[in-house]
Design a protein around this ligand. Structure first.
Ligand SMILES: *Cc1c(COP(=O)(O)O)cnc(C)c1O
Length: 862
């Protein structure tokens, strides 16, 4: 296998990566050496690779500082409407390369590091992922931060600084094993603690009602300590802030009032409240009603709202600073976006602050609250919807429960006035679900308390308003609230950063580099659809990326794969609805076909599956075990050779996505129609030149529309077919099993221990699931999936035709930039205008002087 072109050589030629003028490079080397000496306190005799990474990170960080301060001064001066994106997850991945890309420093740093005799990629690989998310929802928040900064919005991401992010996944004897993600062990060069802005957050206690209002008393206080991370826009000198809260026990914790177990015990007990920000809950699309999780949800909201209101109150009047007191202005100066219902407590908390503390009338406060808040729904799966038991609420947040009851009382009064006598409707719409264990329906709370509710892809938004058990009643009551905002991904990370070769071919050779800011320009590539040189370039880049990923797998996992084979990926969280089991049935079917006719010409495939299973999700863990078991048989069968390999990619995360996706030929997006709200992995693959095999679900529908349905491999039931089946004769797995011989053979092999000879009944539960209680109708799409995979194989034999479809896909990607998504949120929900204007750049070389001599100059946003 020949070594692919080194990234150092590749990147040098690309202007998208910034200028590597000799002065820039010399300066970077000086700064790097200064940090190695003064910050890391090392010389080159004893410095480790990690030291070099930290020296480089600090060197790059220096270039953010002046811009960050300037941006916050600018916001303070101009006082634009602020946008607050509150999320329990920010799946950021790494920061170093992203910062270099957005600041146009990549080429210069590359050259400096090269001249210092170091390897950029090796240093980059020392950075820990900031894995503060589970999957799509958390990654969306991260893409949105990039787009909000790149579009000049005065935006903030607010969340929790988990000490442990999403667990690291090890595969041991074919099983998933979890390891703690101690990502802060070596320090985080990208964050700045702000202990001076610490905020108190209350829990427990009780309420006291009196004529002067309601008081929340006898509460326990936990402090929220903010850590700020800079979020640079793409080459516009804007640097926004992501503020993550960490839980701190107050100094007098357990000492003042109780003195229970004495001093030592009191200090040891500080852990109990600091546990709030200890660890991310590792569930994707699943609700787990644990008290600690509810604490996290309220913690982030209570601390964030204090920040929002403090910033709102400090307003400028000419050159003077005056306290803003008119809360009716809040919706004009502040937009709060709730990323799913996880931060739903923002609504009752804002009401509590306005009514109990600021003493506003309920109606005035409610009007302000609904005009400020907006809610994004991410799923229709019932097991994912948050429904908190009232007892838990009453214990932890007594005042908020009262407020929710009052919101509900008034809301149901309103509904009753619109639909007199319709008590069924009232029961369906109530924020409180009756039953043996009363629960608060957080989605209902969010709809009622927001002025806008959006789904994340067109088909998903349609399902939301059309489905009774979801939001149909609410849509009928207030149709103006309901919107769609199809998800997107940032083209900076998911093209320029992860696929330099493709970015180069697009930019330098064909359409210039404006597409990085304006992804719609990719349309221009259609002009080259019959240009043989362009087709060859695109195919060549793909081949290089495949070679590079093959080398990575060989180095890190000691597995050899055939770089001529089709790279077929399904990487995403392991979930029944995402149907990794359907993929398994295809693997087995293809294996059986090759075995049956070993001398036929089969299109060689490397099928790779990756993703984490929630630790408590038994079925998902069994699915991983089945994939590794299939791999053991298939990969060691001499008849198969390198025509079929099945690999499970360990520890799928943002960084692995960046390495894998540019190498993909085929992207598997095969959820049951109506279950995947949008998907964003699908968009990353499309942008990186993979073809999609998928159902008409989530954003796949719009991808087919943008690229032309003939340029995707669409198969299976549509939402209408699924609905018709449910309404009609129902889904009966055994009928498919009895009718389709290859399906029967595959199932019999799984059930009979063909893939688990030492433990023949290992997959008994999975077989039982597929045969008797499969909510996601895997067998119903089996035939059309297999047929569609045959078409994929046929096309792969015609490289030129394949690549033409790839070009149609890349050219159709414009819609899926998160810049488009954010522009729509900005205009249609937040009431702010996106802008591609730059703000003035600071002089990096003397920015410390600049801030020093500007002591009389503007203060800035805190
Ligand atoms: C994009 C992304 C996801 C979301 O993938 P889907 O296929 O849309 O579920 C999950 N995990 C990581 C690491 C990602 O980068």
């Amino acid at each position: 296998m020949s070594k692919p072109l080194s990234d150092h050589d590749r990147k040098k030629q690309i202007s998208v990566r910034g200028l590597a003028g000799p002065e820039n490079v010399a300066e970077l080397k000086v700064a790097f050496n200064r940090h190695l000496h003064f910050t890391l306190v090392k010389d080159r005799n004893v410095a480790t690779k990690r030291d070099y990474y930290f020296a480089l990170a600090n060197t790059v960080r220096d270039h953010l500082v002046g811009r960050w301060i300037r941006t916050q001064q600018y916001y303070y001066e101009k006082d634009p409407k602020r946008v607050y994106y509150i999320s329990l997850e920010f799946y950021m991945g790494r920061t170093l390369q992203n910062t270099m890309v957005n600041l146009a420093l990549e080429n210069a740093c590359d050259e400096a590091i090269y001249q210092l005799g170091l390897d950029m990629e090796e240093l980059e690989d020392m950075e820990e992922d900031a894995g503060l998310g589970n999957g799509g929802l958390g990654r969306l928040a991260a893409c949105f931060l990039d787009s909000m900064a790149s579009l000049g919005l005065a935006a903030y991401g607010y969340g929790i600084r988990y000490e442990f992010g999403i667990f690291n996944q090890k595969i041991v004897n074919g099983w998933q094993v979890e390891e703690a993600d101690d990502w802060l062990r070596y320090g985080n060069p990208w964050e700045k603690a702000r202990p001076e802005y610490m905020r108190p957050v209350k829990f427990y206690g009780r309420t006291e009602h009196s004529p002067s209002g309601v008081k929340w008393v006898d509460a326990q206080v936990v402090l929220a300590l903010p850590y700020d991370t800079p979020i640079p826009g793409y080459r516009n000198n804007i640097v926004n802030t992501m503020r993550l809260w960490s839980a701190k026990a107050p100094c007098d914790f357990n000492l003042k009032d109780f003195n229970v177990g004495g001093y030592i015990q009191a200090v040891l007990d500080r852990n109990l409240c600091e546990n709030i920000s200890r660890v991310l809950y590792p569930n994707d699309n699943f609700f787990e009603g644990k008290e600690l999780r509810l604490k996290q949800e309220y913690f982030v909201v209570a601390a964030t709202l204090q920040d929002i209101i403090r910033r709102f109150k400090v307003s400028k009047f000419g050159s003077r600073e005056i306290a803003r007191t008119d809360f009716n202005e809040l919706p004009n100066k502040v937009a709060i976006q709730l990323n799913d219902t996880h931060p739903a407590m923002a609504i009752p908390e804002l009401m509590r602050v306005l009514v109990d503390e600021e003493k506003l009338d309920w109606d005035v406060a409610w009007n302000i609250c609904t005009r400020t808040c907006a809610y994004t729904n991410h799923t229709v799966l019932p097991e994912a919807l948050e429904r908190w038991p009232i007892d838990l609420f009453h214990h932890l947040l007594p005042r908020h429960l009262e407020i929710i009851f009052e919101i509900n009382r008034r809301f149901l009064e309103f509904v009753a006035s619109k639909y007199p006598g319709d008590s069924d409707r009232l029961a369906r719409m109530s924020l409180i679900e009756e039953g043996p264990c009363k629960k608060v329906n957080m989605a209902h709370l969010c709809i009622v308390g927001s002025h806008a509710v959006n789904g994340v892809a067109r088909i998903h938004s349609e399902i939301l308003i059309a489905t009774l058990y979801v939001f149909k009643d609410f849509y009928e009551l207030e149709p103006h609230k309901f919107q769609n905002k199809t998800n997107g991904i940032t083209p900076r990370r998911w093209l320029v950063m992860c696929n330099p070769g493709l970015a180069e071919v697009i930019a330098e050779v064909r359409i210039g580099e404006d597409f990085v800011r304006d992804l719609d320009q990719l349309k221009k590539l259609l002009k080259f659809i019959n240009d043989d040189a362009f087709i060859r370039d695109i195919a060549k880049i793909k081949q290089e990326n495949k070679l590079k990923f093959a080398v990575h797998l060989e180095e890190h996992y000691k597995v050899k794969i055939n770089p001529q084979s089709m790279f077929d990926f399904q990487v995403k969280r392991i979930h029944e609805y995402k149907r990794q089991l359907l993929n398994c049935l295809h693997m087995i079917t293809y294996y059986n076909r090759i075995k049956k006719e070993p001398n036929k010409h089969w299109t060689p495939r490397t099928i790779m599956v990756g993703g984490k299973a929630a630790p408590g999700y038994h079925t998902a863990k069994m699915i991983i075990r089945l994939i590794t078991a299939i791999g053991e048989v298939v990969n060691n069968d001499p008849v198969i050779g390198d025509r079929l390999k099945v690999l499970f990619l360990e520890n799928y995360r943002v960084t692995l996505a960046e390495k894998a996706i540019p190498s993909a030929d085929l992207s598997e997006q095969i959820s049951t129609a109506g279950t995947e709200a949008s998907g964003t992995g699908n968009m990353k693959f499309m942008l990186n030149g993979a073809l999609t095999i998928g159902t008409m679900d989530g954003a796949n529908v719009e991808m087919a529309e943008e690229a032309g349905e003939e340029n995707l491999f669409i198969f299976g039931m549509r939402v209408e077919d699924v609905d018709a089946m449910d309404a009609g004769k129902g889904y009966h797995a055994t009928e498919y099993y009895n009718r389709i011989p290859e399906l029967k053979q595959a199932m019999d092999q799984i059930a009979g221990g063909f893939f688990s000879p030492k433990q023949p009944d290992l997959f008994k539960e999975l077989v039982d699931l597929l045969m008797h209680h499969d909510r996601f109708k895997v067998f119903a799409d089996y035939e059309s999936y297999i047929k569609c995979q045959e078409k994929v194989n046929e096309l792969y034999k015609k490289p030129k035709e394949w690549t033409k479809k790839v070009i149609h896909n890349i050219a159709g990607c414009g819609k899926f930039s998160s810049d488009r998504t954010i522009s729509q949120y900005a205009r249609e929900i937040w009431g702010v205008e996106p802008s591609l204007e730059k703000i003035p750049a600071p002089d990096d070389r003397c920015s410390f002087i600049a801030t020093h001599i500007e002591l009389t100059a503007p203060a800035h946003d805190k």
